[in-house]
Design a protein around this ligand. Structure first.
Ligand code: FES
Length: 360
């Protein structure tokens, strides 16, 4: 999630061709879990859209770790900001028009400030570079939300697992769990301590409940079972970070019969049950082949890099396009049945037949 849910994925987190055998195994396992989710009852509920634009100003920029800055935002007119719950995010409209999603990682009690944190992804889609290079104190922005795709349930015991910038939605959850007197543990992983934001804030919580596990100090990334080994009994498990970490936790939690894992990833999910199709761009008639294992968005962006996207998981609504002709297999979590009559989310949805014509 750049601390977004979708935006830009650090290259070392990708699990595609060229990855080592363990990562390829995790990628296949992740696809299998997606398949179960798509058919099971644990599909995510639709994310409620919050259609309000808030004008805000960056009032503080702080370096939180290597290549990670936090932005503190206040309302441009000084008024109180809408309340939010742990797990919520903002859609941030950057000056270029790019829209990126960032988890709120400040205090839910502070009604006059929001805080987000962003890791620079040098070869990403440009959103994180824009934040790092072009925003400063006094920059004006429009944000939408907050909205919550990662709701925090009340429980007596929690295990939180965070990887790198995945600490951003987890941090307010940990604070809330601690304030409620819940029994909680946090496992926080990352490449190295220098790359892991908010270690200072975590140190102010109960150190006996926090395990900092940098890969560099342990030699290898943690396995799912290792990440789960400090869990209190029968916990609600919240996990946010790179796909291999989430997949490892989900596999081992399922294998050992632990509670459901609530998770949020930063990258596009693997395509499951994909069939190849063609997408025709109505504005110039170009016809593109979408392979079984890629999204229409990825293929279209090779030709039209300016096509907007954010979450790449079918819940933010940014990549919505009008469908001129063809039947759509909708895989998003945001369109209503009525909207599905003439639109699709090209990051996840696919053709039912051989070709779709879209208004691009
Ligand atoms: S990019 Fe968010 S729904 Fe497609």
């Amino acid at each position: 999630m750049d601390a977004t849910f979708g935006g830009e994925v650090p290259p070392h987190l990708h699990t595609g061709r060229g990855a080592d055998p363990f990562l390829r195994f995790l990628a296949r396992a992740s696809a299998g879990l997606e398949w179960l989710n798509r058919r099971g009852s644990r599909r995510r509920p639709p994310v409620v859209a919050v259609d309000r634009d808030l004008r805000v100003v960056v009032d503080r920029v702080r370096a939180e770790a290597e290549e990670v800055v936090s932005l503190r935002l206040r309302a441009a007119d000084g008024s109180a900001l809408p309340a939010w719950q742990p797990g919520a995010h903002l859609d941030v409209v950057l000056p270029s028009g790019r829209i990126r999603q960032y988890s709120l990682c400040g205090s839910t009690a502070d009604r006059h400030h929001y805080r987000v944190a962003v890791r620079r992804i040098a070869d990403g889609g440009g959103g994180s570079r824009e934040v790092h290079d072009e925003l400063g104190e006094g920059s004006a922005l429009v944000v939408r939300g907050p909205r919550n795709a990662f709701p925090f349930v009340t429980a007596a015991r929690y295990l939180f697992v965070a990887g790198g910038i995945g600490i951003t939605p987890i941090l307010p959850m940990v604070r809330t769990a601690a304030a409620r007197g819940a029994d909680w543990r946090l496992v926080y992983t990352g490449r190295s301590r220098d790359s892991m934001p908010f270690l200072d804030e975590l140190a102010a919580l109960d150190p006996a409940r926090v395990w900092i596990r940098p890969d560099r100090e342990y030699g290898v990334p943690a396995s799912g079972s290792e990440l789960l080994e400090h869990a209190p009994s029968d916990p609600a498990i919240y996990c946010c970070g790179p796909t291999p970490m989430i997949t490892g936790v989900r596999i081992d939690a399922r294998r050992t019969g632990q509670c459901a894992v609530h998770w949020e990833r930063f990258s596009a999910p693997p395509v499951v049950d994909g069939r190849p199709f063609q997408v025709e761009l109505a504005t110039d008639g170009r016809v593109l082949d979408v392979p079984a294992d890629r999204s229409a968005l990825d293929v279209i962006r090779e030709l039209r890099p300016q096509v907007a996207y954010s979450c790449r998981q079918g819940f933010c609504g940014t990549c919505r396009v009008e469908v001129v002709s063809g039947a759509v297999e909708h895989r998003d979590h945001v369109l209503t049945d009525d909207e599905r009559g003439g639109h699709m989310m090209i990051c996840v949805s696919r053709a039912r037949g051989d070709r779709l014509v879209v208004d691009l």
